[in-house]
Write a protein that binds this ligand. Sequence first.
Ligand SMILES: Cc1cc2nc3c(=O)[nH]c(=O)nc-3n(C[C@H](O)[C@H](O)[C@H](O)COP(=O)(O)O)c2cc1C
Length: 203
Amino acid sequence: MLEPVNVAIIYYSATGTVHALARAAAEGAEKAGAHVRLRKVAEVAPPEAISANPAWAEHVRDTADVAEARLDDLEWADAVLFGTPTRFGNPAGQLRAFLDTTGPLWFQGKLADKVYSAFTASNTAHGGQESTLLALGNTFYHWGGIIVPPGYTDPVQFQSGNPYGTSHVAGDGPPGEVVLRAARHQARRVVDTAASLKAGRAA
Ligand SMILES: Cc1cc2nc3c(=O)[nH]c(=O)nc-3n(C[C@H](O)[C@H](O)[C@H](O)COP(=O)(O)O)c2cc1C
């Protein structure tokens, strides 16, 4: 009997949108039988920037109990889903700051051969979601990762519509059922792929 797949969901969220997607991904991964660690990356913005934005400050308070991501979470995981807001068409600096601490693991080859996938949010419909996800993909290539996008592998993808990774337009309001289903589907697909790889390697 194989060990369940270990999935880390590592995200940054300033005002809660990406956090909602991360929680849906965690649900999807758990339902698919994985062991899940939901982790936020450390905040690097100055406290005065956070307190100047009530929604940001509120979200920091609301998620105070979410554990911070550590390198050990990456080492533990068979698969990692990363979530980030779109910032000028790129991942948030907070997530990049975490990724930029992974050099020692990368150097030892410990990030290779894992499954990676990503999700995002932006304020506007054409505000750079795909460029953000593709930019994160550059890091997965360098790690020697196995990138598993959702593609159009479930009917929900024809409604939510981003084959690169679940994405939400935050300017339209909080994530609704369609995008949350897409996040659950993406996570399930990641778990299924990682489980096949794990079983194949154990055989
Ligand atoms: C510095 C900065 C840059 C941003 N750049 C973009 C952008 O390029 N396109 C866009 O549509 N939204 C942009 N946004 C809006 C964020 O993507 C949006 O607030 C975020 O996805 C909401 O996610 P969160 O609630 O998890 O923080 C930007 C926001 C900030 C603060």
